[in-house]
Design a protein around this ligand. Structure first.
Ligand code: TRP
Length: 353
């Protein structure tokens, strides 16, 4: 029986190949992943997961994503919970901070943004459901770009808006909070920490029961996909042709990207649809992903090649391998589609219907 580290490192090797990363980079990133998981990496998979992370449905503390563009291979990212083996959420957050700080020393990037808001998101007795996640963008050269995900409800859900507003002010974005669309809570604040051309602060908003037709009203950017394009994306990903249909399963999330202190608007927007809750099996989710990639001029071949490196099962024999489909816009760049892929290290959700 493999360990979590062995299992996910093997998946990552296949994904690196799909993303056009060389042997050397693949080996480096396998080690980076295993190290970031800490002692949990050595846990055998016949034992249950040691925590109940909601990073993925089966509590694997790792999720992959492929971010497609109109030309060239997709970018590969891996989301993980460094503190997943900790007994309490407070320890989990500490372990996460230690891991991110070790990365900042190793790769020489500044963690100043994290220092500025640490007390807001990692208080002494944090509320859940998460303390700190990190995502690594695995670019060629063996030095990833790093993002950190924090929980605006860490000081209690009733204080989430206040916490977020205070954090945005400290990050030099006093106008950002007022620019967010209405929604039902803020699941994440994400900070770019690595060597980014233009580091971003990203705020996620939850939209339970959103009619697909209203997806077009969520962005607050000056440009980007049209409302019709967003409606089409939401409806297709959720498998409905009825624009009035409410997406009443797991909520759609919108993400608002702030890069520019002087601006009163975000510079980027992403629509995240949890396709796994709107499909009977992954065959359906995959068909929708392929259709959406094709419509936006992106080659679906890397996605088709990626799935066998994750699992030996057929897509139609489970649901959840494809967790989310997202349409992303960033000012000045062509749109991207991101496909989030589960590790399924512990279990596969059976198909429904
Ligand atoms: N599993 C969680 C969720 O479904 C968190 C999460 C993992 C997530 N990957 C994501 C959220 C991608 C948005 C996009 O909400």
């Amino acid at each position: 029986m493999p360990t979590l580290g062995e299992f996910t490192a093997r998946q990552l090797r296949g994904l690196c190949e799909v993303a056009g990363l060389g042997e050397q980079d693949a080996r480096t990133y396998q080690d980076v992943l295993v190290e970031a998981l800490g002692p949990e990496a050595g846990r055998r998979l016949d034992l249950p997961p040691s925590g109940r992370t909601f990073l993925s449905d089966d509590h694997t503390p790792v999720e992959y994503s492929l971010s497609f563009r109109p030309d060239g291979a997709p970018d590969l990212r891996v989301l993980l919970e460094p503190g997943c083996g900790s007994g309490t959420l407070e320890e989990n957050g500490r372990a996460g901070l230690d891991t991110v700080r070790a990365m900042s020393r190793r790769w020489g990037f500044s963690a100043a943004w994290l220092d500025k808001v640490e007390d807001l998101f990692l208080p002494a007795s944090p509320h859940g459901p998460l303390a700190l996640w990190c995502a690594l963008e695995l670019r060629p050269g063996g030095v990833p770009r790093v993002k950190v995900y924090l929980n605006p409800a860490a000081r209690g859900p009733a204080r989430a808006a206040e916490t977020l507003r205070e954090a945005l002010e400290r990050l030099g974005l006093p106008q950002a909070f007022a620019a967010l669309p209405p929604g039902d809570g803020y699941p994440f604040l994400a900070l770019d920490l690595g060597d980014w051309e233009q580091p971003r602060v990203k705020v996620y908003v939850r939209h339970p029961g959103l009619p697909a037709a209203e997806a077009g009203e969520l962005p607050r950017t000056a440009d980007g996909p049209t409302a019709a394009e967003l409606r089409h994306f939401a409806a297709t990903a959720a498998g409905t042709t009825d624009g009035d249909a409410r997406l009443s399963g797991l909520p759609v999330l919108s993400c608002h990207v702030f890069t520019d202190a002087a601006a009163d608007r975000p510079s980027g927007f992403t629509l995240h649809v949890p396709v796994r809750d709107y499909a009977r099996h992954d065959g359906e989710a995959l068909d929708r992903a392929v259709a959406l990639l094709g419509r936006h001029g992106m080659d679906p071949a890397p996605l088709l090649r990626a799935l066998p490196s994750l699992t030996g099962r057929r897509p139609r024999d489970g649901v959840g391998l494809i967790a989310y489909l997202a349409l992303a816009h960033q000012r000045g760049l062509p749109p991207r589609i991101t496909v989030y892929l589960s590790a399924e290290a512990y279990s596969v959700r059976p198909p429904t219907g």
